[in-house]
Design a protein around this ligand. Structure first.
Ligand code: 6GU
Length: 245
């Protein structure tokens, strides 16, 4: 899979994309990430990428010409490639959106900066706008890195255990169950007996119930969309009864 990132700050990406999982995915040729400095596509003497807003008011707006020039040069006429603007006004990035993006062989990510981007970029160039949450970042760069990370780890061959992505928090619409490793007793705190029992059915049941309990306590909103079995619903009903008492 190929990512092309258009940004005024390519230096922000070194580090996060050169460690750990993404580093390995790049070395294995599963993903390639191309960083494009928007300033290189500005044509005036000062290589201007922003200007004051029509209508007045504070702040600066990213000019359309360099952004169009960058994307058109990157795509070279290739069609069907999502061109995604990272902006707090975009649709919310979720695990579901990550899975949807992972199906494409190629993505273009445009990092918005300043107060905004000329509206014609939205109307005539980008095919999608994404936000990573309800807070404001100084620019789309961190959001682009979040998306690259979340999408890359879904690609076949990136994670050691191919089943792992299906067990992740949010992958099945629930938060994850608690994890333990050795020692069995640490400072007097014991690993739950069931996990050491060797009873795989009991362990699976315990984990499912822990995941349900945790989601119910911390993110009850997720339960509305989760795929629940009749046993799950019984367990949740018991939790609600427990709380009443
Ligand atoms: Cl994609 N950009 C900015 N500037 N702020 C954000 C965001 C993106 N997502 C959440 N906050």
């Amino acid at each position: 899979m190929r990512f092309d990132v258009v940004t005024l700050f390519p230096g922000m990406f070194t580090g996060p994309l050169e460690e750990s999982i993404i580093k390995r995915a790049r070395e294995r040729g599963i993903v390639s990430i191309y960083l494009h400095n928007l300033r290189d596509y500005a044509t005036d003497r000062h290589r201007t990428t922003d200007d004051t807003p029509y209508g007045g008011g504070g702040g600066m707006v990213m000019k359309p010409e360099p952004i169009f020039a960058a994307v058109e040069s990157i795509l070279g006429g290739e069609e069907g490639v999502p061109v995604i603007l990272l902006t707090p006004q975009g649709r919310l990035f979720t695990q579901e959106v990550a899975m949807e993006l992972a199906r494409h062989p190629r993505l273009v990510l445009i990092c918005g900066r300043y107060e905004g981007v000329d509206e014609r970029v939205r109307e005539h160039l980008v095919t999608d706008e994404i936000s990573i949450g309800d807070y404001v970042l100084s620019g789309g760069e961190l959001a682009a890195m979040v998306i690259i990370d979340a999408v890359t780890r879904l690609l076949p061959g990136v994670l050691g255990d191919p089943g792992a992505v299906f067990e992740d928090s949010h992958a099945r619409g629930l938060l994850e169950y608690p994890h333990y490793t050795r020692p069995a007793v640490f400072r007097g705190w014991e690993v739950p007996e069931v996990l050491r029992s060797g009873d795989h059915a009991a362990i699976a049941r315990w984990r499912r119930e822990q995941a349900l309990r945790r989601t119910w306590e911390r993110r009850p909103d997720l339960l509305e969309k989760a795929q629940l079995t009749p046993e799950d619903r019984e367990f949740l009903a018991r939790l609600r009864e427990e709380k009443k008492r």
